[in-house]
Design a protein around this ligand. Structure first.
Ligand code: GTP
Ligand code: MG
Length: 344
């Protein structure tokens, strides 16, 4: 097919923030899952990836995301851990991102890993928006399930509204201390020079239409050139995890951030010792809206285009490492690709 959404790369959206501020819950609300509830010790300990198609985004966002206004195929969300011991994973997630959501609990405002996340985004030059989460915990809050924030605000008492505004201004002040000008997102004209703060609740879904609307608008407007790269070229990705799968042996959970990968392709993967050169035996794709970390049913596919979370089955992957690069060789000289992988 030649529709434009086949040639545009899916934007990668990393979700970053302090432990327990609600990153996984926010994604659960968007994709209609309960990953957060199943987590050991109730904390995230790996990077996740979930492909959310445009029709799901527009269903969640209602009138704020009309599918006919967009030619992006959807969004690939990357979940990251907020616990202080996982800073490597946060950096890795941040490095993959085209755009990021910084999740801040309105009751806790900025915490050490909030600041760490901002430092990562500064370092990688990643544009971001702030999801000011847990607005439903504002004293006297009158929840408006799944509604845009304006409608939700209109249903609140003057007292609840000003309590929330107070907390939002605290976040705006913290951002200013870190060198960013920001405002309530509906007042932001230029999202490149001003950070938009979007009040949300991962519990009630309030404000999530706005969050998705801003993300889609930003991706479409400012990043279209980056998304229009040649996704037909040889694939590049990063290993999230090396996992044993029954019938396949060691497999790789990978975020493919560029190009295309096919079953049968020769790939080079960073290993504990030397780079591994192997051939893709099977490409296993999680269903739409499924978190690759917890997905049990994968569809066997012939090819996958960036961006996507994909499980790769191939011989000799035992020594592959989380964080390592994955490159499809394609028409290139294998030695050249090996040197590229060694250099990373
Ligand atoms: P880590 O991945 O470990 O950093 O945590 P996280 O940011 O993914 O937080 P998680 O989604 O696991 O949520 C932490 C706790 O906050 C859970 O008990 C959630 O139910 C709760 N929570 C998350 N979002 C909201 C919200 O909007 N409102 C309320 N009331 N509780 C929330
Ligand atoms: Mg989490």
């Amino acid at each position: 097919s030649t529709s434009q959404s086949d040639t545009l790369r899916t934007p990668i959206v990393a979700v970053l923030g302090h432990v327990d501020h609600g990153k996984t819950s926010l994604l659960d609300k968007i994709r209609g899952s309960a990953v957060s509830e199943g987590e050991a010790g109730a904390i995230t300990q790996h990077i996740g990836a979930t492909a959310v198609p445009l029709d799901t985004v527009s269903q969640m966002a209602g009138s704020l995301v009309k599918p006919e206004d967009f030619d992006l195929p959807g969004l690939l969300f990357i979940d990251t851990p907020g616990h202080h011991s996982f800073s490597t994973l946060r950096s890795r997630g941040g490095a993959l991102a085209d755009i990021a959501i910084l999740v801040v609990d309105v009751n806790d405002s900025f915490q050490p890993q909030t600041e760490e996340a901002i430092d990562i985004l500064k370092r990688t030059g990643t544009p971001f928006i702030v999801a000011a989460n847990k607005i439903d915990t504002t004293p006297g809050w009158n929840p408006q399930e799944g509604e845009p924030i304006q409608k939700s605000y209109e249903a609140q008492s003057q007292r609840a509204r000003s309590k929330l505004d107070e907390k939002l201004y605290e976040i705006i002040g913290e951002l200013s201390d870190m060198g960013f000008s920001s405002d309530f997102y509906w007042r932001v004209q230029n999202f490149q020079s001003n950070i938009g703060v979007v009040p949300v609740s991962a519990l009630t879904g309030e404000g999530i239409p706005d969050l998705l609307g801003v993300l889609m608008g930003l991706s479409q407007r400012y990043m279209k050139d980056e998304m229009a790269i040649d996704v037909a070229g040889p694939g590049s990705g990063t290993v999230l995890e090396v996992k044993e799968e029954r019938g396949f042996g060691a497999t790789l959970d990978v975020v493919l951030y560029d190009g295309t990968i096919h079953a049968g392709d020769t790939i080079v993967v960073g290993g504990a010792n030397d780079p591994i050169v192997t051939e893709v035996r099977a490409l296993l794709q999680p269903r739409p809206n499924a978190e690759i970390r917890t997905e049990k049913r994968f569809d066997k596919v012939d090819e996958v285009r960036a961006a996507a979370g994909i499980k790769i089955a191939a011989p000799d992957l035992e020594d592959a490492m989380a964080g390592a690069p994955v490159r499809v060789v394609g028409d290139r000289d294998t030695d050249e690709v090996i040197r590229e992988v060694e250099a990373e």
